[in-house]
Design a protein around this ligand. Structure first.
Ligand SMILES: NC(=O)c1ccc[n+]([C@@H]2O[C@H](COP(=O)([O-])OP(=O)(O)OC[C@H]3O[C@@H](n4cnc5c(N)ncnc54)[C@H](OP(=O)(O)O)[C@@H]3O)[C@@H](O)[C@H]2O)c1
Length: 287
């Protein structure tokens, strides 16, 4: 199934009628924070993560929220943090594998260790969390795993090769898991947001290379900045995810503006790859 996140009937059911407990990575900011706020508002008991627990204190005023320290750069510790929270929660009905960051640089412009770190965190650790979360859900024959990928799976972003690989890899993992969990009672969602106005670009690594005199690099960065600044706020993604969660169906869900999440993915099916690349380059002014 491929679905959109906006449109369709508005559901009146509360998420807590389907999901008693949830684990959300990257709860301190942006999309993850908006998702946590929505879940809490609908009565779900939430365990949310950040690398620094101090970034979660404002959420802890809600007694339904528990802070968890989790760093994607430490896979074993991240898995233990998840397992400890799952024990405290009595298992999770919903896991949103959301935390992440980008690296903006020409592939050869930075040391390979930067890309390696991005692959390890954004595929390795996120796959590991999917693995442990899914085991718990399959044992109970219920639950929902949401892997937050990106429309970068459909439309790779300029000078973000490691990020593009990570997001396409995560979508491929989700697709495999959708197949494997068929008929088990467990739902897997490959969630692909378009642009949403968060601090994502502020925490982008290696963006300093945009200070170079490479005109294509500078232009691509300006394009990414403009897209994010003009994008809708994160509360819309929470609303989009809510609709997908209430559907209780595995599949790919694209979420964003009508152009990014609906029109462009539809039209691109008919365009030869050369044309697709030319349009992307023009879109970012990096011809
Ligand atoms: N914004 C968009 O337009 C957009 C579009 C498509 C997909 N996405 C995806 O959505 C997810 C959230 O992005 P966002 O826009 O909300 O970004 P954001 O505002 O920068 O928030 C990122 C969140 O991830 C956490 N995080 C970052 N690096 C981490 C690491 N190494 N280990 C553990 N946690 C880490 C941060 O927590 P701390 O820094 O507090 O530890 C923060 O809570 C990402 O996976 C991103 O790729 C975003």
């Amino acid at each position: 199934m491929s679905a959109s996140c906006f449109g369709g009937p508005d559901h009146v059911a509360l998420l807590s009628s389907l999901y008693r407990t949830a684990f959300v990575t990257g709860a301190s900011a942006g999309l993850g924070r908006a998702i946590v706020e929505l879940l809490l508002a609908e009565g779900v008991r939430v365990w949310g993560t950040a690398r620094d627990a101090a970034r979660l204190t404002s959420l802890e005023v809600n007694s339904n929220f528990s802070a968890v320290v989790l760093d994607l750069d430490n896979p074993e510790e991240a898995e233990s943090a998840f397992a400890n929270a799952a024990t405290a929660a009595g298992g999770f009905d919903l896991v949103v594998n959301n935390a992440g960051y980008g690296v903006f640089a020409p592939f050869t412009g930075v040391d390979f260790s930067i890309w390696q770190k991005q692959f390890d965190a954004m595929i390795g650790t996120k796959a590991r969390l999917s693995h442990t979360a899914l085991r718990g859900m399959l044992a109970k024959k219920r639950g929902c795993l949401v892997n937050v990928a990106s429309l970068a799976t459909d439309f790779p972003l300029p000078f973000m090769s490691g990020y593009n690989v990570a997001k396409a890899g995560l979508s491929a993992l989700s697709e495999s898991l959708i197949f494997e969990t068929r008929g088990t009672g467990v739902v897997v969602i490959d969630f692909r947001p378009g642009d949403f106005r968060t601090g994502f670009n502020n925490t982008m690594q290696a963006k300093a290379v945009s200070g170079s005199d490479d005109a294509r690099l500078a232009s691509a960065w300006r394009g990414l900045e403009k897209n994010l600044n003009d994008a809708p706020p994160p509360k819309y993604i929470a609303a989009g995810l809510r609709k997908a969660l209430l559907r209780q169906r595995s599949g790919t869900v694209r979420c964003g503006s009508f152009f990014q999440a609906h029109l462009a993915p539809f039209l691109i099916r008919f365009a030869p790859s050369g044309l697709r690349r030319a349009i992307t380059a023009r879109y970012f002014g990096a011809v």
